[in-house]
Design a protein around this ligand. Structure first.
Ligand SMILES: CC(C)(COP(=O)(O)OP(=O)(O)OC[C@H]1O[C@@H](n2cnc3c(N)ncnc32)[C@H](O)[C@@H]1OP(=O)(O)O)[C@@H](O)C(=O)NCCC(=O)NCCS
Length: 143
């Protein structure tokens, strides 16, 4: 059976209202990230992944810099555990492979490390704090 959602890569200009709503719900409201730190200058220049339900609601997102740095992966609570996050990561990994990236990386929240390990990301170095949440850098080589 096909997924009950679609994933597209979009620019900030096209996806902004839906991307903002998902990140507001997950990072600002749920995780307590300060609103003035959630949206930054990288949004304009990143490639964004946006998952929509078949009804057209925004249900998950993420962003990737031109250097392969992935971040802001967020799935709305009611859609977790249904491989929407996996579909977002696969969209970025397909893009990175198609564009000959040597590697991709993510600053993973420590609680989400097992999610990234599913895609063979490997933890690097020490944990660090960002926006009050413990993180660790993880790397996936593509070559
Ligand atoms: C982390 C997150 C993106 C995962 O998305 P998801 O759509 O629920 O994940 P999937 O359904 O694609 O899960 C894929 C696999 O990873 C596992 N997994 C997902 N999140 C996990 C977590 N936090 N801890 C442990 N395992 C996890 C799943 O169990 C699944 O494994 P399985 O195939 O063996 O069953 C989502 O829970 C989320 O948005 N959390 C809040 C925001 C957040 O923490 N973002 C990450 C910032 S670094």
């Amino acid at each position: 059976m096909s997924n009950p959602f679609t994933v597209s890569l979009v620019c900030w200009h096209d996806g902004e209202p839906l991307l903002k709503a998902i990140r507001q719900a997950v990072f600002i409201n749920e995780q307590g990230v300060p609103a003035d730190m959630e949206f930054d200058e990288h949004d304009e220049t990143s490639r964004h992944a946006l998952a929509l339900s078949l009804q057209g609601n925004g249900i998950a997102c993420g962003r990737m810099f031109a250097n392969g740095h992935i971040g802001r992966i967020a799935v709305m609570p009611e859609w977790r555990g249904q491989y929407v996050g996996t579909a977002i990561m696969e969209a970025f990994l397909h893009y990175a492979q198609a564009h000959d990236y040597a590697q991709v990386d993510v600053d993973a929240q420590v609680q989400a490390v097992p999610f990234y390990e599913h895609f063979d990301f490997v933890a690097q170095g020490e944990q660090f704090m960002d926006v009050g949440i413990p993180h660790i850098k993880m790397l996936k080589k593509l070559k």
